[in-house]
Write a protein that binds this ligand. Structure first.
Ligand SMILES: C[S@@+](CC[C@H](N)C(=O)[O-])C[C@H]1O[C@@H](n2cnc3c(N)ncnc32)[C@H](O)[C@@H]1O
Length: 463
């Protein structure tokens, strides 16, 4: 790989004797990995091999995901580069906590955090770029996360709404991406000697917002996929300096993980508690991460109303946060009674309607004034006098949750995701959850031996 001369010289200086080995690692093949989704997994994958577990990740395996497989399409597996998996392990939120993934698309860390949360508490998953936020929302849906809200905001516009609100915040920062060079050689074209310092400016801005939203006793996890000290140790040194209530948390490291380098910042020995994953030591593309604990004293209420500046008021989309009409509630309850084994699982007080779409929020959050993609788990849509379930609802439940299940053979799955009508000898009528083995793959509507296909058009596949 042709690396920029200034990049080579910089790391020769920083790494000394080790530089040759580090630079040679850029010519080694990319390491691929995937995780099993504990929210869905019931002991069976269809075409992925779990022979090579990743020792520091409870759900991680080395290997490549087939994007056109049942496992991927139904959210049983998530493709993630092995070093990125450690970020989720370090953050390790507990069920019931309020968690923020501030730079979240396409969703690697979000899905990891959700794996720990077991559908309880609140996961706010934010991405500033609208196109990327939509991809994030698709991955949240596929993974079957019930407790996530997908926002499309700049971090500073979230501050006043979520002041001192989150127990865990992950900032997987936009960075100079030096750990991406092997995976995406185009990333080299963006690099120049000043780029890390430019990225560091943006990282400090994002972290200032994150600090406004971190609750007393909260945990902040900061990570990058770059080796540049300006964006790694020097950012953590700045944080510790600016926010005296922060202290470094300890991270359990395996032999192939390096300590942070105090000598690459201000010499603070605490920085060695950070983790460096170098591709010449570790089976992965490379990452930096640090865990910080907020030791501030709890003096401010956790939740505050939105306070928007005039400028932000203008930009903000008007969002109707409606409660259900009586007729809508009846339609939902009739649907749930026929379709779900526990029709009261999605409690009425957690339901909201927006433009005829019905959503479920585990913890009610007022999103007025904020841009979002999904204000909660989308249960479905009210259409005239009926209710139509959304793919998100199907993805977020297990086969055992449905009254009306339509199991199909593995060979019929490709017809289903292609959008074909299927035949069956089941005798139910109405909405069914189509499933392959123990995995729900999407909705259908059954009538007289045929399953009408309601797999979303945007997700359909050609083989
Ligand atoms: C390293 S990527 C995140 C990867 C993601 N956490 C994952 O695991 O899949 C960084 C993200 O930050 C977003 N970003 C860029 N500028 C930002 C800003 N000023 N504030 C917040 N996020 C930003 C980028 O669009 C990008 O999606």
């Amino acid at each position: 790989m042709q690396l920029p001369v200034e990049f080579i010289n910089k790391y020769k200086q920083l790494l000394g004797n080790e530089a040759a080995e580090f630079l040679a690692s850029f010519d080694q093949p990319v390491e691929k990995g995937f995780r099993i989704n504990p929210l869905k997994y019931q002991g069976q994958l269809h075409e992925h091999d779990t022979a090579h577990p990743i020792d520091y990740s409870q759900w991680g395996y080395y290997g490549k995901v087939n994007g056109k497989s049942i496992d991927h399409q139904s959210g049983l597996v998530y493709s993630q580069e092995p070093s990125a998996m450690l970020v989720g392990e370090i953050a390790r939120p507990k069920p019931g906590q309020k968690v923020l993934d501030l730079c979240a698309a396409p969703g690697g860390k979000t899905t990891y955090l959700a794996s720990f949360m077991d559908q309880e508490g609140l996961l706010v998953s934010n991405e500033i770029n609208r196109g990327r936020a939509k991809i994030l929302a698709e991955n949240v849906e596929r993974f079957g996360i019930q407790n996530a809200i997908v926002l499309n905001e700049s971090p500073d516009r979230m501050e006043s709404r979520f002041e001192k609100y989150f127990d865990v915040i992950v900032v997987d920062a936009p960075c100079s991406g030096e750990g991406m060079f092997r995976k995406d050689p185009n990333a080299i074209n963006y690099w120049n000697i000043d780029y890390p310092a430019e990225c560091a400016n943006r990282q400090r801005e994002i972290l200032k917002s994150a600090m406004q939203m971190l609750a007393p006793n909260g945990t902040l996890v900061y990570s990058t996929c770059t080796f540049a000290p300006e964006e790694d140790e020097q950012i953590i040194a700045w944080l510790l300096d600016q926010y005296p209530t922060l202290s470094m948390g300890t991270v359990t490291k395996t032999d192939s993980m390096d300590d942070g380098r105090p000598d690459w910042a201000d010499g603070n020995p605490e920085l060695s508690k950070a983790v460096r994953l170098f591709p010449h030591h570790f089976r992965g593309e490379g990452h930096f991460m640090a865990k910080l604990i907020n030791n501030a004293i709890d003096d401010v209420p956790a939740e505050r109303p939105v306070k928007l500046s005039k400028k932000n008021k203008k930009k903000a989309k008007k969002v109707p946060t409606d409660s259900l009409s009586k007729a809508q509630l009846q339609l939902w309850q009739d649907f749930a009674a026929n379709f779900l084994k526990n029709p009261d699982y999605f409690e009425e007080k957690h339901l909201i309607v927006q433009k005829d779409h019905l959503y479920y929020q585990t913890i009610p959050v007022d999103l007025s004034g904020l841009r979002y993609i999904k204000p909660g788990l989308e249960l479905g849509t009210f259409k005239k006098n009926r209710f139509e379930p959304n793919q998100s609802l199907l993805m977020a439940l297990k086969t055992t949750d449905f009254k009306q299940l339509a199991p199909i053979a593995e060979e019929d799955w490709s017809k289903y995701v292609h959008g074909d009508v299927l035949t069956t000898n089941l005798s139910y009528k109405g909405w069914v959850a189509v499933a392959v083995d123990n995995t729900v793959v999407g909705p259908g509507k059954l009538s007289q031996g045929t399953i009408k296909n309601f797999y979303p058009k945007g997700l359909r596949l050609n083989f």
